[in-house]
Design a protein around this ligand. Structure first.
Ligand code: ATP
Ligand code: MG
Length: 221
């Protein structure tokens, strides 16, 4: 059995064409079914649905053989206690070029970010991505107080909780709707295929076949 970990939403939707290229068809719609284990047209391949941030954990500890997850999630997952970034027994063979967005710093229209940086002020930053934010501002030499949030980051500067946020941006519509301006582009983000190292050794042929077909099906736009 080959188990692939996916999260519902854009990653699931954008992985479907890659699976189709490998002749794999998921037999149930996760938006309609309550099942967390979805069978496919191939009896020896199944999909498990997990939270986006849990995909690396499932794959690393063998709950799934493969997974698809955002670079953002991989960076936060691999962030070590000392602030360095180390990969953790996860083989990352492919950038699938799906679920594209970028990590950005955004501030409310009334906050003069360039002056705050120039003057060396402490900036309060709310984010779900504390490892990435800490690393980015440390490299820039900006002093920040980080506030960890789990969602709705846009609200933080509007309520006075923080001066700025670090969050994923794709179209920019959410920032605009909340009167926030992007002031830094931290890095481009896309989703990657991750593979459990031991599974690759034990089930080399079927896993290699999936990696190779995915690689051939990637569309770089
Ligand atoms: P959960 O819904 O479980 O709290 P999540 O909100 O991070 O997790 P999704 O919104 O499904 O999960 O996002 C999954 C991944 O999709 C992200 O980790 C990121 O790599 C990618 N992504 C692409 N565009 C965006 C965007 N505009 N906002 C958030 N994530 C995005
Ligand atoms: Mg979500």
């Amino acid at each position: 059995m080959i188990t692939l970990a996916l999260s519902k939403g854009r990653i699931f939707d954008e992985t479907l064409p890659l699976l189709a290229a490998a002749g794999i068809e998921v037999l149930e719609d996760p938006e309609k079914s309550r099942k967390l284990i979805l069978p496919t047209n191939q009896p020896d391949v199944r999909v498990v649905l997990v939270r986006a941030s849990d995909v690396p954990t499932y794959v690393e500890y063998g709950g799934a053989d493969l997974g698809v997850t955002g670079k953002d999630v991989l960076i936060e997952h691999g962030a070590n206690q000392d602030g360095s970034f180390g990969s953790v027994g996860l083989y990352q063979p492919l950038d699938l070029q799906i679920a594209k967005c970028h990590m950005a710093v955004a501030v409310p229209a009334g906050f003069d970010y360039p002056s705050a940086v120039r003057q060396g002020s402490r900036i309060t930053v709310a984010t779900k991505y504390t490892a990435m934010a800490r690393q980015f501002f440390a490299e820039k030499g900006v002093h920040v107080d980080l506030i960890k949030l789990y969602g709705s980051m846009e609200l933080a500067p509007l309520t006075g909780l923080a001066d700025a946020i670090v969050d994923l941006v794709s179209t920019g519509k959410t920032l605009k709707a909340n009167h926030l301006l992007e002031v830094e582009h931290i890095m481009d983000i896309s989703s990657h295929l991750v593979v459990n190292q031991a599974a690759l050794k034990l089930k080399t042929a079927p896993i290699r076949r999936i990696i190779d077909t995915f690689a051939a099906a990637i569309t770089t736009v």
